[in-house]
Structure formats: structure tokens, C-alpha cells
Ligand binder design. Structure first.
Ligand SMILES: Cc1ncc(COP(=O)(O)O)c(C=O)c1O
Length: 345
């Protein structure tokens, strides 16, 4: 039997999907409680929320397309720029390690993913991405900070890639940019072939509402708009988004917790002699080596993390969400317990 949805790890502390471990702004809940029966009975009205989103990102409202999670934005970009044009032999470039929807959406659009491996240090392979560009390249999926490594792509490297592929769409996925690094949005006016993906799932704590956004000049965005269904975001989600954007204190407060959490986890890794990658996002990739004892200690405390140990790009690694400090400290305590058992043997 196949049941729809992502596997549910059960009760416990969710540090496996990079959600906001502190929840969303209370103003979001108040806004949802204020909804009326008429709000639910009528088709949703987008204008006000699109204008508020455009103000938030500092762009023209015509450059903004709200999507049902950034997942939908990625899929619609591939459909709009590849499947809709019935291009045969189309390729996308997918630097590894990559978020699954890039190859999946490529396949859904009937194209082939050309994968590019990172440096052994997991640094972003700019030159090799540029070398992989061919006349068949229709899209290049770039993720900064990268999930799962937390590594950034320098703005100059993004520019070099976008300049080297004027015939392709460069999709810059900035799902975690609120936690570190610089957005490419201010550069957009000079790059008509770039689309930026953002999400309200992470920093704003709205993963359950499913709201993402694709931002770009009309030349790049209109083909995506053309295949996106007109009522793709529901009215409850739109009310939630409006309230989340209006609460300007929420995000800086949570981002500060994330930064402190990351530092705590780095310090713990140093104490325990575990390799880790300094991250610009709300998670840290930690190389524990043999993952099982760590996963067992975490599971015993009902803490769910992402096991990346079987991936040949991230062997022996776990990805741990660093959200509220208390939550991160619980994960650190579990990592320390494994170390204590080993050294007492
Ligand atoms: C790199 C990256 N892009 C996009 C998304 C999708 O976010 P959304 O919840 O908006 O679909 C995620 C979610 O995990 C992600 O890690």
C-alpha cells in the first residue's frame, strides 16, 4: 500500500527537515483565527499579498510569483522553461549534493540532469559547472546556502555562471538565505536569465502552509507564470503569509537563535573531534563516521535528524537542524552520550 506524504518519524524533536523549531509568529495564528466563513467560501485574493511580498524583497510586483511551496516553484520553472516548449534533448545542470526536486522536476519536464560533483572539501565547483554548460543546457539549479552542506556560492560565481549561460535559466534557490549570506536579488536587474527561489517554510516557520516564491524579470518569470495554476495558494496560507510578513521582529529573533545554535554545535563537534562544515543555514552537516550509534542515541531521546551517511558525497554524515538553542542542546547531549560510551569502553 502506498500512502501519500513524507515518511513520518513519529513523536519527538524534529531536526530532520530544517523546519523552524520554534514555530511561526503568533500573529499568524491570530490572523487565521480571524478568518470568516466568507473568506473560506470564496476563491482567494492575491493582490495584497503579492504587493507585500514584492515590498519585502524590494522588487517590482510583476517580478513575483507565489507558489505552493518553493517545491512547486521549482517544478513549474522546469515545466515552463522545458516541457512547455517541447524541447528535445534538453539538459539541466545539477551540482551535487542536490535537493531532490531538481532532478525530479528535470525528469518531469522530460529533460536529463547533468550532475556535477563538488570538491572533496564540499566547496562549490564553479569552474566545473561552467564547463558542463552546452547548447542543450536549459536550466542550471544552484542552491545557496546548499542543502545539506550549508556552503554558500559567492555572488561573483553566480554572476559568472549566469553570464556563461545566457541561453539557459539559472535558478538560484535561496531557501535558507535568511540565516546567512547575501541574496542575489539586488543583482537581478542585470540578469534577465536568473530566477530566485525563496520560501516561507524555514525562517518564517510556515512549512505547513506551503508558500514559496519565484522572483525574476518577466522574460524568465512569465513562462513559469504561464504554467502555474491561478489559485495555487489557498486563502488560509495567504492570510498567514500577510501576518508573517507584517511581524518584522520575528525573523531577526529566530535568525539570532539559529546563529547561536550553530556555534554551540560547532563547539560540541570540536570537543568531540567530529568533522563539521560551518554553515550559513539553519542546519549543520556533521561527519560522525559510523552513523548507527549516533542515530540510536538520538532515537532513544526521540530526536530526528537527517541521515546523509549513505550518500557517497556525504559519507558518514548527519544533517542536524539548528533552531532554538534548547533544541540544539538536546541534540548535542545525545552526540556527547555516544562519545562518552566509546571513551569508557
Ligand atoms: C534547498 C531547498 N529548496 C527548496 C525547499 C522547498 O521548500 P518549500 O517548503 O517551500 O517547498 C527546501 C525544503 O526543504 C530546500 O531544502
Amino acid at each position: 500500500m502506498r500512502i501519500q506524504g513524507y515518511p513520518n518519524p513519529g513523536e519527538g524533536l524534529r531536526l530532520h527537515l530544517n523546519e523552524n523549531t520554534g514555530g511561526c509568529s503568533p500573529r499568524v495564528i491570530e490572523a487565521i483565527e480571524r478568518l470568516t466563513t466568507a473568506d473560506i467560501a470564496t476563491y482567494p485574493e492575491y493582490t495584497e499579498v503579492v504587493l507585500a511580498s514584492a515590498r519585502l524583497f524590494g522588487v517590482d510586483p510583476e517580478w513575483v510569483l507565489l507558489t505552493n511551496g518553493l517545491d512547486e516553484g521549482i517544478l513549474m520553472a522546469a515545466i515552463g522553461h522545458i516541457a512547455r516548449l517541447r524541447i528535445h534533448d534538453a539538459e539541466t545542470i545539477v551540482p551535487l549534493p542536490a535537493f531532490d526536486p531538481y532532478p525530479n522536476s528535470t525528469a518531469a519536464a522530460g529533460a536529463t540532469s547533468v550532475r556535477v560533483r563538488p570538491d572533496p572539501s564540499l566547496a562549490f565547483p564553479t569552474d566545473r559547472v561552467i564547463e558542463a554548460i552546452t547548447p542543450r543546457t536549459r536550466m542550471i539549479f544552484l542552491n545557496t546556502p546548499n542543502n545539506p552542506t550549508g556552503q554558500l556560492i559567492a555572488i561573483d560565481d553566480l554572476k559568472r555562471i549566469a553570464t556563461a549561460a545566457p541561453h539557459a535559466i539559472v535558478f538560484v534557490d535561496e531557501a535558507y538565505i535568511e540565516f546567512g549570506g547575501q541574496s542575489f536579488i539586488p543583482e537581478l536587474p542585470s540578469f534577465p536569465n536568473v530566477l530566485i527561489g525563496r520560501t516561507f517554510s524555514k525562517a518564517y516557520g510556515l512549512a505547513g502552509m506551503r508558500i514559496g516564491v519565484v522572483i525574476g524579470q518577466p522574460a524568465a518569470l512569465d513562462p513559469v507564470r504561464a504554467v502555474t495554476l491561478p489559485f495555487n495558494i489557498n486563502g488560509v496560507a495567504l492570510a498567514a503569509l500577510k501576518a508573517a510578513i507584517a511581524d518584522t521582529e520575528f525573523l531577526p529573533r529566530y535568525a539570532a537563535q539559529v546563529r547561536e545554535s550553530r556555534e554551540h554545535l560547532y563547539a560540541a563537534c570540536r570537543r568531540l573531534g567530529l568533522q563539521f562544515w560551518e554553515s550559513a543555514a539553519n542546519y549543520v552537516l556533521v561527519r560522525v563516521g559510523e552513523a548507527e550509534p549516533y542515530l540510536a542515541a538520538l532515537a532513544e531521546r526521540r530526536i530526528h535528524v537527517r541521515d546523509r551517511s549513505k550518500d557517497d558525497i556525504t559519507p558518514g554524515c548527519l544533517r542536524i537542524t539548528t533552531g532554538m538553542l534548547d533544541h540544539t542542546n538536546r541534540a548535542i547531549e545525545a552526540l556527547e552520550s555516544v562519545h562518552a560510551t566509546r571513551t569508557s569502553r
